[in-house]
Design a protein around this ligand. Structure first.
Ligand code: FAD
Length: 268
């Protein structure tokens, strides 16, 4: 980023913004992505219309927006869902069905989690929530890349899946040869496996599911290429530590910081 008069420019290559400790007032200038500015975030009252388990610990939550209030978003963006008791959590938007106005989220239940406990216990069809969306800048970069690596762990696949299904043929070509690494503990967690295998075949990308507690017990970080990656673009989404590790590996392999897009699922 070019220095701006009167401002200190921080190099965020070694520490993502969400992991910095701020000791005085700061102004942050985000990298520009004009498409994000074209869809301002709005508050929507939403009603639950679907709740189902898609894996032992993953719930698909479907909410509907009011009549005449369709949510527009770019694949990769997220929403903030707020419960009546004020608990608010961020969730990537898996899909929006324009006809029905149904917005889908895929949520992993964590132990003793405020939102998780509500979702697994009290939540029911008909409940009302507040939703603010769309949010975030983790969106597909439409500029040409020599190759593209997408890395996700667990429900970190949600923003990447939403990005992939929205790609136009021209955007797909701009991405060059493409690889998707999806890490899970065991195969029963990989609830989108069939869908991603089919997408990989139809969109011509190399989809590689990776399991840390099954078979050869691998991790996405050990599968990350060890060859120079100049000109490539990397997307990483999911567990915050994985995102930090992938960032480090990508920069070591020569990825420019502007070609690295990350979505860390930081805990509240
Ligand atoms: C931009 C963004 C997008 C996100 N998108 C998704 C998404 O699409 N799907 C999804 O499932 N989650 C997503 N998350 C994570 C989500 O916002 C919550 O952090 C998560 O659901 C836990 O909320 P909770 O209220 O159940 O637990 P909390 O009450 O927040 O936490 C309870 C305890 O669990 C720990 N904890 C929280 N999360 C985890 C975890 N993943 N692994 C291990 N321990 C944990 C906390 O440290 C705490 O000790 C996203 C986060 C961000 C920042």
């Amino acid at each position: 980023m070019e220095p701006v008069a009167g401002f200190t420019t921080l190099d965020l290559r070694s520490a993502p913004l969400c992991r910095l400790t701020v000791r005085s007032a700061v102004t942050v200038k985000l990298a520009d992505d004009p498409r994000v500015e074209t869809i301002p975030a709005r508050m929507f009252p939403v009603k639950i219309v679907g709740l189902s388990r898609v894996a032992p610990e993953i719930v698909s939550l479907e909410v509907v927006t009011p009549r005449n209030q369709l949510l527009s978003f770019l694949g990769g963006q997220y929403a903030t869902l707020r419960l009546k008791n004020g608990t608010a959590r961020h969730y990537s938007i898996a899909a929006v069905e324009p006809e029905s106005r149904v917005v889908t989220f895929h949520i992993r239940l964590v132990n003793a989690g405020a939102f998780s406990d509500w979702l697994a216990g009290a939540a029911k069809v008909g409940d009302l929530l507040q939703m603010e969306a769309p949010l975030g800048r983790f969106v597909f970069d439409t500029r040409h890349a020599e190759r593209t690596l997408m890395v996700a762990t667990g429900t970190g696949i949600v923003p990447i899946y939403a990005m992939l299904v929205a790609l136009t043929p021209v955007e797909r070509r701009q991405a060059g040869p493409m690889t998707l690494l999806w890490g899970n503990r065991v195969s029963s967690d990989a609830y989108l496996h069939e869908t991603l295998a089919a997408l990989g075949a139809s969109m011509d990308f190399d989809y590689r599911p990776i399991f840390s507690q099954e078979g050869t017990r691998r991790r996405v970080t050990s599968e990350f290429p060890t060859v120079p990656l100049e000109g490539a673009r990397v997307y990483a989404a999911g567990h915050p530590q994985m995102v930090v590790d992938i960032r480090r590996l990508a920069l070591t392999q020569g990825i420019r910081p502007s070609d690295l897009r990350v979505d860390a699922f930081t805990f509240s």
